[in-house]
Design a protein around this ligand. Structure first.
Ligand SMILES: [Zn+2]
Length: 252
């Protein structure tokens, strides 16, 4: 059975009001990357790291899933759909999506680097002075379960498994990522299936580096904000899936 496989990045959640981590008004401009998300330095900046991620986590309830999150969640009801995201927010889940593969972790989760325990604390602030890992007494080894620079990303193994299983009948959708962090361009270049891209704009020639996305790698490309691409993207994906799956095409 053909599947829809969707790999999303910051551009998916940008229209929900979440600052993208990079880009013109990115979060990194206000916080030094080395301080808040570097696996070799985070313990030296323990308080700052927790304050930074507490702000992001407690800010989650103030943003809402947008129409593109809802479209992706609805595909799971209509097609066999695998959702993979680089985003650490929970907007896909709050739009109703299930089993989302978070490549870079999740804001609502904490990780104990001492014992490997991962637990969910919802949208609340974590108190790094008083709380400890619930599975072992470690306090200084507790970090947000968000992949830092230099840190292993265990979910990349799952991504590799999904990519290996792609068949020519599948449909691969890329939304809101230029491939700067995860080499999406390299990934899609090797896939022998139909591919569609939705990004705000093409990567300019000056900025393009190997591994980044380029519209020539896709059968179709939509350059506009994700929330404004919902209808067209749904039409494209539904038509392709109808060809191979005999499923109803786009929902009105
Ligand atoms: Zn522990």
């Amino acid at each position: 059975m053909a599947r829809v496989i969707c790999l999303s990045g910051a551009g998916l959640s940008a229209d929900s009001g979440l600052s993208t981590f990079r880009g013109a008004d990115g979060l990194w401009n206000n916080h030094r990357v080395d301080q808040v998300c570097n696996i070799t330095r985070w313990k030296a900046n323990f308080d700052v790291v927790h304050r930074f991620y507490n702000d992001l986590r407690t800010g989650l309830p103030k943003v809402e899933p947008n129409a593109m999150h809802r479209l992706l969640a609805s595909w799971q009801d209509r097609f066999e759909t695998v959702l993979i995201t680089q985003n650490v927010d929970d907007l896909l889940e709050r739009a109703g999506a299930r089993d989302v593969l978070h490549l870079h972790g999740r804001l609502e989760e904490m990780l104990c680097v001492a014992c490997g325990n991962v637990w969910n604390i919802g949208h609340r602030a974590y108190n790094p002075m008083e709380e400890t890992c619930p599975a072992c007494p470690c306090r200084k080894g507790v970090k947000p379960n968000v992949v830092f620079f230099g840190e292993r990303a265990p979910a990349y193994l799952d991504l590799g498994r999904v990519l290996k299983s792609v068949t020519p009948e599948d449909v691969f959708v890329v939304i809101g990522t230029d491939g700067r962090v995860v080499p999406v361009g390299t990934i899609v270049a090797e896939l022998k299936c139909r591919k569609v891209l939705n990004n705000l704009e093409p990567v300019s020639q000056d900025e393009w580096l190997p591994g980044m996305v380029h519209e020539c790698l896709f059968n179709r490309a939509i350059f506009r904000p994700a929330v404004d691409a919902v209808e067209e993207l749904d039409e494209i994906v539904s038509a392709w899936m109808a060809e191979v799956n005999d499923t109803p095409s786009a929902v009105a």
